[in-house]
Design a protein around this ligand. Structure first.
Ligand SMILES: [Zn+2]
Length: 284
């Protein structure tokens, strides 16, 4: 089965490098990504842009816009969602930051934009994101919104709640929004927003992190599996969901098996491949 991984990371952010070593035991490098992509038949992957100005400070409010994929040379089949640091858009330098963002969008491998509510204390409706949404419209790019649990203990969780994306989705019907991580554990709230808005989708990345053993344990965690399946069943539309992993936080091959347990087999072709091509129109 051909797969597109709609959400992974490829940035030299310290906490990812540590997690790859200590939690998931993943080779977080160009060679590591290329070999796992070929092993898992992943024909394209979308990296979520992220950076830190000072090593170890993620989420770092001083990082200039846009945040990209700066781990090493990018593998050929790796595409980018440029990450936004809203704090630097707020002040005088906002204009400069936006023009840098626009210049970067014009590069060929940019397929979307990523915002990080919760990591930064702004929700998806914040005024500061409006010029970013105008660029998304002008360049026909989806917006990926971090939703749900965060990989950081200094997050402002209320901003990461999926309900706060509803208003942005109504005000910007021409933009497709993808709620990362299906808003986990607020999955039924995310399901409500997804089913009520034709332009809202979700990726299924990062629900479990770690090794194959951690995934095995998660597969036996019936209450959490039931919560996820309830959300999926409520939406009852598999054109709305995308496979993503959140690599290097999790081992890719067992995570594919995990998502296969959540999604009915007859919908694999959409969730693992076709929906990503529909939403990331610049993947070729
Ligand atoms: Zn992620």
């Amino acid at each position: 089965m051909e797969i597109i991984d709609a959400h992974l990371h490829y940035s030299a952010v310290q906490v990812f490098q540590q997690a790859a070593e200590e939690k998931s035991e993943v080779d977080y490098s160009k060679i590591g990504l290329e070999s796992i992509m070929s092993e898992c038949k992943i024909s394209a992957a979308v990296g979520m842009g992220l950076a830190e100005a000072t090593p170890g400070l993620f989420p770092d409010v001083d990082t200039i816009n846009p945040m990209g994929l700066d781990l090493a040379d990018n593998p050929e089949k790796l595409y980018t969602c440029l990450g936004i640091n809203p704090v630097r858009l707020k002040y005088d330098r906002g204009e400069q930051e936006l023009s840098r963002l626009e210049n970067a969008i014009e590069k060929s491998k940019v397929v979307g934009l990523k915002i990080y509510p919760g990591y930064f204390a702004f929700d998806a409706n914040a005024k500061v994101y409006q010029p970013v949404y105008e660029l998304a419209k002008a360049y026909n790019l989806p917006i990926i919104i971090h939703c749900g649990d965060t990989f950081c203990d200094k997050s402002f969780l209320k901003y990461a709640h999926p309900l706060s994306t509803n208003q942005a989705a109504i005000q910007h019907r021409k933009i497709n929004f993808i709620l990362a991580h299906f808003g986990n554990p607020w999955v039924t709230d995310a399901a409500m927003v997804i089913s009520n808005n034709p332009n809202v989708f979700a990726d299924l990345s990062g629900i479990v992190i770690g090794t194959a053993q951690d995934i095995q344990k998660a597969l036996n965690n019936q209450p959490v599996i039931n919560n996820l399946k309830t959300g999926l069943a409520y939406v009852d539309n598999y054109e709305k969901f995308l496979f993503g992993s959140d690599w290097p936080l999790v081992q890719l091959a067992p995570y594919i098996e995990y998502v296969k347990q959540l999604v009915p087999e007859k919908h694999y072709d959409k969730v693992f491949y076709k929906n990503a091509l529909q939403l990331f129109t610049k993947i070729n």
